[in-house]
Design a protein around this ligand. Structure first.
Ligand code: PLP
Length: 429
């Protein structure tokens, strides 16, 4: 495999961009490599600037439920661009997408569009604080909710991989209102609630964590969390930036049948363009400016191109109810093959999957929270990643991330991936 152009571009990039990338995990630091520069994507495949082809299991970190560049999103963008790129004034499409989101996710009565998952989670916590008049909130160790200061306390994803539990630049003041509980441990939540009686505005959780690798919440744990939040008048926020429209049409909340007060979205909701959203109960959402006093705004929020892509993606989901069955079939086939391949390799592993999100952890223990996830052998993951990449399989360049299957992955892609796992693991023995 030739990578000369990628290597040259990276040398150039590090002169002008911190670490050579615009988001840390792309730098391949956690797996001891250099990033590959991508030229194009089509269906399940990515093509780099040196002409190499990869079967892609990152899917731009989640947005590409239908693979790269599906015709209906491309067409929606082509049509929208004819009318202009941004107006800073309301458009009909914003009404249509808001209505569609409320149809797909019944716990959402009102929704506000933003430009990223980070903005969505930040704004949801602000809404909860404004609504309750309380300041503290609970998050869970290993969950990632974007990079707002007060979320970067024991965060997952890139922050976890790079070993930055609390980032420099986050003040003690910011950190003081963030309380951290253990995922899947209701006792740890109860303890914090007792210690901070009547001062907790919100509990925010990834109902299926994807940022310490995939770790599903236990149903009983989520049920109890819902119950305690209602009892204590704490706003329960499901961060469905990753799981929204991925694990089911109505997200993880539909899968579990447990409904939050507020939900945050990102990734799929923008069809590959920079979009996020937060929404939920009308009485909370009406606190948001200009209908209420909680300020939240965005020059490009509801951007017509982004809304066109997002509306095309969500309409496709609405009109094609069978895609989740299809994703389940493809993903379970991949799971079966991966497990057989890893068994043959005699390496310890744990495997977690919810629908089309999955992670192989190189550990002998079951992974159900942050503490068990970080027992994984990240060195071995790095080697595995690089062996797979050499063979044309593009996995997440870090252990604590999810792999995503799209509707565009074919049976042939899956079979090839499984064979290459056997081959890669063989070369590591
Ligand atoms: C669960 C979750 N919340 C929030 C975010 C932040 O979203 P963004 O990167 O769009 O700011 C992410 C990003 O991966 C995420 O996975």
């Amino acid at each position: 495999m030739r990578l000369e152009k990628s290597l040259r571009l990276f040398e150039e990039a590090i002169k002008y961009i911190p670490g050579g990338v615009n988001s840390p995990v792309r730098a391949f630091k956690a797996v001891g490599g250099k990033p590959i520069f991508i030229e194009s994507g089509k269906g399940s495949k990515l093509y780099d600037v040196d002409g190499n082809e990869y079967i892609d299991y990152i899917g731009s970190w989640g947005p590409h439920l239908f693979g790269h560049n599906p015709h209906f999103i491309k067409k929606a963008l082509q049509d929208a661009i004819e009318n202009g790129t941004s107006f800073g004034a309301p458009t009909e499409l914003e009404v249509k997408i808001a209505k569609l989101i409320t149809e797909l996710v019944p716990s959402i009565e009102m929704v506000r569009m933003v430009n990223s998952g980070t903005e969505a989670t930040m704004s949801a916590v602000r809404a909860a604080r404004g609504f309750t008049g309380r300041e503290k909130f609970i998050k869970f160790e290993g969950c990632y909710h974007g990079h707002a200061d007060y979320f970067l306390i024991k965060a997952g994803s890139g922050a976890l991989t790079l070993g930055i539990p609390t980032s420099p630049g986050v003040t003690k003041g910011n950190a003081a209102d963030t309380l951290v509980a253990d995922y899947n441990d209701i006792g740890s939540v109860k303890k914090l609630i007792i210690q901070n009686k009547d001062s907790i505005a919100a509990v925010i959780i990834e109902p299926v964590a994807g940022n310490m690798g995939v770790v599903p919440a236990d149903e009983e744990f989520l049920k109890e969390l819902r119950y305690i939040c209602s009892e204590e008048k704490i706003i329960l926020i499901f961060d469905e930036v990753m799981t929204g429209f991925r694990v089911a049409k109505g997200g993880a909340q539909e899968l579990y049948g447990i409904y939050p007060d507020l939900t945050t979205f990102g990734k799929i909701i923008g069809g590959g363009l920079p979009v996020g959203a937060f929404g939920g109960k009308k009485e909370i959402m009406e606190m948001i400016a200009p209908s209420g006093p909680v300020y939240q705004a965005g020059t490009l929020s509801g951007n017509p191109l982004a809304m066109a892509a997002g509306y095309a993606a969500l309409s496709y989901i609405k009109d094609n109810a069978d895609i989740y069955k299809l994703l389940e079939e493809k993903s379970s086939l991949l799971e079966k093959g991966i497990k057989e391949a890893l068994k043959k390799s005699n390496k310890n592993y744990a495997f977690n999957r919810v629908g089309s999100m999955m992670t192989i952890f190189f550990t002998e223990e079951k992974v159900n929270n942050y503490k068990s996830a970080i027992k994984s052998d990240t060195n071995l993951y790095g080697k595995f990643f690089n062996e797979m990449l050499k063979r044309g399989i593009y996995l997440a360049p870090a252990q604590f991330e999810a792999a995503f299957v799209s509707t565009a992955h074919t049976g042939e892609d899956i079979e090839k991936t499984i064979n290459l796992i056997i081959d890669s693991m063989g070369s590591l023995n």
